[in-house]
Design a protein around this ligand. Structure first.
Ligand code: ATP
Ligand code: MG
Length: 351
């Protein structure tokens, strides 16, 4: 299994130090975040990145590395959630030949690979307690042992950790070591969710649209209509920037290459409708004439419901010869409920 990310290979082109993906944004929460990040980057201490999925934690970790004095050394990443608890220890610290069945030769772990550089521990909340203990020792004394060895190895690694979990809560439940949390939280940076940085949505959408158009080999980048931008800005973006990127890329490739008017937020929405349950087995709802359905659908639901209530109230009153108790019974309401409706009806009628 190789979940590793050697950031030098991934991010750097032929020995240069250019970070391929630049974090974009102009909104206040984003600029504030970037400023705090830039300030802590050169400080040789751990940083904890907290944010919802897709908010840019991995990108922020890369920026921390490249703005630090370690930028020429490797940045190594480990997604702890992608590994079983038993594998995390050997991935991080390596192992000696014969340490366990299948350990056919010595293997270096991520700590050794990241020596003099940065180790990015993603989803740190999933690390087992025994391994947390070992990480704490590296943070405090810069030493560890490979699995199956008693020889201490010295490394100089800066840890950047990321999570979406509530580590304080995990610590209260004894599922995360408070001592480690104290050390990792030298600086805690919260990534703003996209819904809190709406001013950046149009900018990011334009950026992702441009990149998609380029990938498709188009000469022109399609522009978003005002309605499309409004729809993007109204969406709550639970998947944050990753979701925006995906939605925009889909909209670009489906567009006519000139203007984007339609935004599909839910590609799983099925065109094959599940038939609604019959209203009543005895009396199925009558079919509506197209003109009638146009009439009802031409107004907001609230207005249509109110119009129907008024109609039924008047019909019931007429049928009950204006005896309100009888009218209430016809409508299946208590007299009290009927009076409430009737008062509302009268006040609107007389206004
Ligand atoms: N400010 C930004 N500008 C441009 N692209 C961004 C920005 N932030 C994030 N992205 C892009 O959004 C996607 C998600 O970012 P990233 O993987 O860093 O998020 P994450 O918080 O690590 O997500 P997860 O919690 O799911 O691992 C990536 O494709 C990344 O390049
Ligand atoms: Mg990530």
């Amino acid at each position: 299994m190789n979940e590793s990310n050697d950031w030098r290979q991934k991010r750097l082109g032929s020995g240069t130090s250019t970070v391929v993906t630049e974090a974009l944004g102009q909104s206040e929460p984003f600029l504030e975040f970037q400023e705090r990040l830039s300030r802590v980057a050169p400080i040789n201490r751990p940083v904890l990145l907290i944010g919802e999925r897709g908010t840019g934690k991995e990108l922020a970790a890369a920026r921390l590395h490249y703005l630090s004095n370690r930028w020429q050394a490797p940045m190594v990443a480990l997604n702890c959630a992608a590994l079983s608890p038993s594998l995390i220890e050997s991935e991080l610290f390596g192992y000696e030949k014969g340490a366990f069945t299948g350990a056919l030769q010595r293997r270096f772990g991520r700590f050794e690979s990241a020596d003099r550089g940065t180790l990015f521990l993603d989803e740190i909340g999933t690390i087992p307690l025994e391994v947390q203990e070992k990480i704490l020792r590296v943070v405090e004394y810069n030493v560890f042992e490979r699995v199956g060895s008693s020889e201490s190895i010295e490394v100089d690694v800066r840890i950047i950790a990321a999570t979406n979990a509530d580590l304080n809560d995990l610590a209260r439940k004894n599922r995360f070591k408070q001592d480690l949390l104290d050390r990792l939280s030298f600086e805690v940076l919260f990534l703003p969710p996209l819904r809190e940085r709406k001013e950046d949505i149009a900018l990011l959408a334009g950026h992702f649209a441009g990149r998609m158009a380029l990938e498709l080999g188009w000469d022109e980048i399609p522009a978003f209509s005002d309605e499309a931008i409004a729809a993007l800005e109204k969406h709550s973006w639970p998947g944050n920037i990753r979701e925006l990127k995906n939605v925009v890329e889909r909209a670009v490739y489906r567009s006519d290459a000139a203007t984007i008017t339609d935004i599909d937020f839910h590609p799983f929405y099925s065109p094959y409708k599940i038939p609604p349950p019959p209203v009543s087995k005895k009396t199925p709802a009558p079919e509506m004439a197209p003109a009638e359905s146009d009439y009802w659908l031409g107004q907001p639901l609230k207005a249509a419901v109110w119009e129907l209530k008024v109609k039924m109230l008047e019909m019931a009153l007429e049928k009950a010869k204006y005896n309100q108790k009888k009218a209430a019974r016809i409508l299946g309401l208590t007299y009290h409920q009927f009076r409430g409706l009737y008062r509302q009806y009268q006040s609107i009628k007389n206004s």
